[in-house]
Design a protein around this ligand. Structure first.
Ligand code: HEM
Ligand SMILES: *[C@@H]1O[C@H](CO)[C@@H](O)[C@H](O)[C@H]1NC(C)=O
Ligand SMILES: *[C@@H]1O[C@H](CO)[C@@H](O)[C@H](O)[C@H]1NC(C)=O
Ligand SMILES: *[C@@H]1O[C@H](CO)[C@@H](O)[C@H](O)[C@H]1NC(C)=O
Ligand SMILES: *[C@@H]1O[C@H](CO)[C@@H](O)[C@H](O)[C@H]1NC(C)=O
Length: 317
């Protein structure tokens, strides 16, 4: 376990976090509660703590609960095996670089988990890892209402989101299913909860993420104010719940990513037995595996059954 200077400050506050006033965003409130002040630096640190913990699993101490992490080699969601690592380490040709098909990119090319455990994005600043992690900090910073990113206020201390505005475009060659997306969202929620974020705040974030990204065929939506409407569905595979105001024609055909020589398992997603989604462009179709486990699921779910955007107000407050 890494005990970090910044985390020493967390110790002070985790025992009794004051309730969040309705007019203070989740980001600003927990920056103050956990890090003693709310400014661009602490807001970015707060988001980095939550994102890094969601990605690699819990590494700070003290914490309120264990987080397996998005990169966990073998995880489970609702009894189905989920393994998202192959989308991050180059094992799958699942990255959208603007072409007609996905390409293999290693996003763990600059230190992997080690710099993340020091609350950093990467060892350096020129890597795929640095770009992805810093984009995630900004994106989640906007989602969590960090005031340092509001309007035109962002600064080099916490820059505004500069990545692709369409989460569909970013994720489309990953062909993600409901188990994978809900597992990801669950890790974000567990991460927040591990720092003492109140259950209602965790739930609001989980519901908003599920409502925006966990449904297929969602119509064009503006997520970050000022960025315009774009397609945002990340869950696009067979079995993903459909958005209430579905606009399926706006989306392309879902094609599962081909593996590379790194893809030792020949398939990495959870349940997916839809034969129409297995064709790979000009290559061998991916083997699909369904591993229903008898074991228990991680005993904590932030994903509510209703997909309505409950909690969006507190989300953006
Ligand atoms: C559910 C909510 C999710 C949100 C809000 C989200 C958000 C983002 C954002 C903001 C980026 C950076 C895009 C850019 O730099 O232009 C990104 C990239 C990425 N995401 Fe997600 N994501 C989500 C779910 C997932 C899931 C379930 C996976 C599963 C594998 C995933 C895998 C990736 C990968 C591999 C990248 C790098 C792709 C690239 O930069 O081209 N994401 N995501
Ligand atoms: C939130 O509301 C309280 C009480 O009405 C007020 O004192 C405070 O200044 C407000 N905070 C912000 C950030 O607007
Ligand atoms: C932000 O708050 C921290 C903690 O109080 C402080 O050390 C830092 O100087 C502040 N940064 C800015 C830019 O105000
Ligand atoms: C993660 O959290 C759990 C529960 O608090 C703890 O037992 C475990 O040691 C933590 N793991 C790390 C690597 O900090
Ligand atoms: C997982 O279980 C929860 C709770 O029963 C349910 O709401 C959700 O739709 C399930 N998700 C998947 C992908 O099976």
């Amino acid at each position: 376990m890494t005990k970090l200077p910044i985390v020493a400050a967390i110790t002070v506050a985790t025992s009794a976090l004051a309730q969040r006033p309705a007019n203070v965003s989740i980001c600003d409130h927990y920056a103050t509660a956990l890090l003693g002040a709310s400014n661009a630096t602490t807001q970015k640190t707060l988001v980095a703590l939550v994102v890094n913990t969601a990605v690699i699993g819990n590494y700070t101490t003290p914490n309120k609960l264990a987080v397996p992490g998005i990169l966990a080699e073998r995880a489970e969601y609702n009894g189905t095996t989920v393994s998202l690592l192959p989308y991050f380490n180059g094992a799958l040709k699942s990255t959208n670089d603007g072409g007609e098909a996905g390409v293999s990119v290693n996003f763990l090319d600059d230190g992997g988990a080690e710099p993340l455990k020091m609350n950093k994005a990467a060892d350096g600043m020129e890597s795929n890892q640095y770009k992805l992690m810093s984009h995630l900090y900004s994106y989640f910073g906007h989602l969590l209402g960090c005031s340092a990113l509001a309007g035109t206020k962002s600064s080099s201390d916490f820059p505004a989101y500069a990545g692709d505005k369409s989460m569909y475009e970013t994720h489309k060659f990953m062909a993600l299913n409901a188990y994978q997306v809900q597992y990801f969202i669950q890790q974000v929620g567990l991460s927040a909860a591990s720092f003492g974020v109140a259950t209602e705040d965790v739930t609001a974030v989980g519901e908003a993420l599920q409502g925006y990204f966990g449904v297929k065929c969602a119509p064009e939506t503006e997520i970050i104010m000022g960025q315009g409407k774009e397609l945002q569905s990340i869950c696009i595979a067979e079995g993903c719940p459909e958005a209430p105001d579905a606009s399926c024609k706006a989306y392309g055909k879902v094609v599962k990513p081909e593996g590379t020589e790194l893809d030792v398992e020949g398939g990495s997603d959870g349940e997916d037995s839809d034969p129409t989604s297995t064709g790979s462009p000009g290559g061998m179709p991916q083997e699909t595996e369904t591993k229903k486990s008898a074991g228990s699921t991680i005993g904590y779910s932030i994903v509510a059954t209703g997909l309505v955007m409950v909690g969006l107000l507190s989300f953006f407050a």
